[in-house]
Design a binder for this molecule. Structure first.
Ligand SMILES: Nc1nc2c(ncn2[C@@H]2O[C@H](COP(=O)(O)OP(=O)(O)OP(=O)(O)O)[C@@H](O)[C@H]2O)c(=O)[nH]1
Ligand SMILES: [Mg+2]
Length: 456
């Protein structure tokens, strides 16, 4: 497979300033130069330099005016010879040039195949390959920051450090197995080190759980009784008239969503159908969908009208999800409060649900609410993410398995044969090697790289 020369359009297919066609492999230079006519009549293209000229079709016509570059192996993205054509960014021109490249013997690349080759050629480890994907998919400044930390190799370094300490323990254990009469190993010291390593691993696992909302974005669902002002609130947060607002109860029948970036975090806001008993078949489905969305939400804004009491159906929602995932929103404070408002406040206080009073109509306290949303999602005092190391799901699964092996070692350290301990340590090391890709399977590689787009 690695013998093929591959090609793809590396920029999004649409109208834009430039389009890039990337060619990688043994024949990249030959294929690239066979289509290119230098404006300075150069027969040889100096590497790592941009050259101006034209792409000539197999019929001999000029297809586009371009800049090309040649990056010979191993100093290229893939570690192979890479030839890149920067043409004008129109879908027809890039596709036509790509067809010419294929007609000269290159094959269309699979998704992520350029990056896969970079990995197979030892240019990057698996954590960096995954960081590249996370950078491309970054939903907010914060998620970009976390992905960049991994691209700089800090996660790999951390894993390597843990692995090195484990290997040192294993070297001691081997010495004991081989020369058991002369060498006495210090079991307590080993147990201490393993405890420290478990702590390090735990911190990484916790970070995955804590920051995955930043990496993937969070979902906030607005729910409550009909006419409470959910759609008005959605519009107020978004700063645009996204949902229809009327004084007719049951205005919103299906859910409506939009994405907003709050405090460097990508948040999907979902407005749902008001909760009430209804005979309307469409509305019944809408209410049911709303309840399903609530279960999956990172935060629920429970909106109610301060001029009315809280209905039993809406109060029930508080039994469906944990209190810290709910923010009670007392809307329409511009109209004054109902006689039952104090009961409502008490109800939320008893349930330990935080409450904020707003007016979606006048905009009062909307800024406070908007500030509160990311804070509630991230926990009370969200620290700046800075250079936190946040493993992805695949890496976290391997970390959990490594941790399980190390806990086994600790449990058995005073009771089982030393060679059994050795094999458990070896197994923990294997899981760490899976993270960086030192050990890997075709399945893992397929899973990682199939998530990339073609051309990366
Ligand atoms: N005075 C006042 N009226 C509001 C406020 N928020 C919403 N309203 C009014 O309340 C009515 C219902 O608002 P919506 O935003 O459509 O309410 P909803 O909760 O989406 O209603 P459904 O979609 O029917 O469930 C409209 O007439 C709004 O103008 C507010 O803060 N103050
Ligand atoms: Mg509505």
């Amino acid at each position: 497979m690695n013998n093929d020369t591959i090609c793809a359009i590396s920029t999004p297919l649409g109208q834009g300033g430039i389009g890039i066609i990337r060619i990688s492999g043994k024949h990249a230079y030959k294929i690239g130069t066979s289509l290119f006519k230098s404006s300075k009549n150069k027969s040889h293209l100096k590497p790592y330099t941009l050259h101006h000229g034209y792409i000539i079709s197999s019929q001999g016509t000029i297809l586009d005016e371009v800049l090309v570059s040649f990056m010979p192996a191993p100093k290229s993205y893939t570690g192979e010879d890479v030839f890149e054509i920067n043409c004008h960014g129109g879908p027809v021109v890039v596709k036509t040039i790509l067809k010419e490249v294929i007609s000269k013997g290159a094959r269309l690349a699979e998704p992520g195949e350029f990056t896969l080759r970079a990995f197979l050629n030892g240019k990057i480890d698996l954590t960096k390959a995954e960081a590249i994907l996370e950078i491309i998919e970054a939903k907010s400044e914060r998620s970009l920051e976390l992905a960049s930390t991994k691209l700089s190799g800090h996660l790999k370094e951390k894993i390597e450090t843990i692995k090195k300490r484990l290997t040192d323990i294993m070297a001691n254990v081997v010495a004991e197995i081989d020369f058991d009469e002369d060498i006495e190993i210090d079991i307590n010291k080993i147990a201490n080190t393993i405890n420290e390593l478990i702590e390090d691993i735990n911190k990484l696992i916790e970070n995955h759980e804590k920051y995955s909302v930043i990496m993937q974005g969070a979902t906030v669902v607005l729910c409550g009784e009909v006419n409470a002002g959910k759609s008005s609130l959605l519009n107020a947060i978004l700063g645009k008239e996204r949902a229809i607002v009327t004084d007719i109860p049951g205005t919103t029948r299906d859910f409506i969503e939009d994405v907003i970036n709050l405090d460097g975090m990508s948040i999907k806001l979902i407005d749902t159908a008001g909760i009430r008993y209804t005979e309307d078949q469409i509305e019944i489905i809408g209410v049911k969908r709303g309840l399903e969305l609530i279960q999956k939400a990172d935060l629920v804004l429970l909106v109610f009208d301060v001029t009315k009491g809280l209905s039993d159906d809406v109060a029930q929602i508080c039994n469906l999800i944990p209190a810290q995932k709910i923010l009670a929103v007392a809307n329409k404070i511009d109209l004054g409060f109902s006689a039952t408002y104090k009961n409502t406040i008490d109800f939320f206080r008893d349930k330990q649900i935080e409450l904020i009073g707003i007016s979606a109509k006048t905009g009062e306290n909307i800024d406070k609410l908007v500030k509160k949303i990311p804070q509630k999602i991230l926990g009370k005092n969200p620290e700046p993410v800075g250079t936190e190391l946040v493993p992805n799901l695949r890496q976290t699964q391997s970390l959990k398995q490594a941790k399980r092996e190390l806990e086994e070692v600790l449990n058995n350290i005073h009771t089982v044969e030393i060679d059994i301990l050795y094999s458990q340590l070896e197994s923990a090391t294997r899981y760490l090697k899976e993270i960086t890709g030192e050990i890997t399977t075709e399945d893992v590689l397929n899973n990682v790289f199939s998530n990339f787009c073609i051309g990366k």
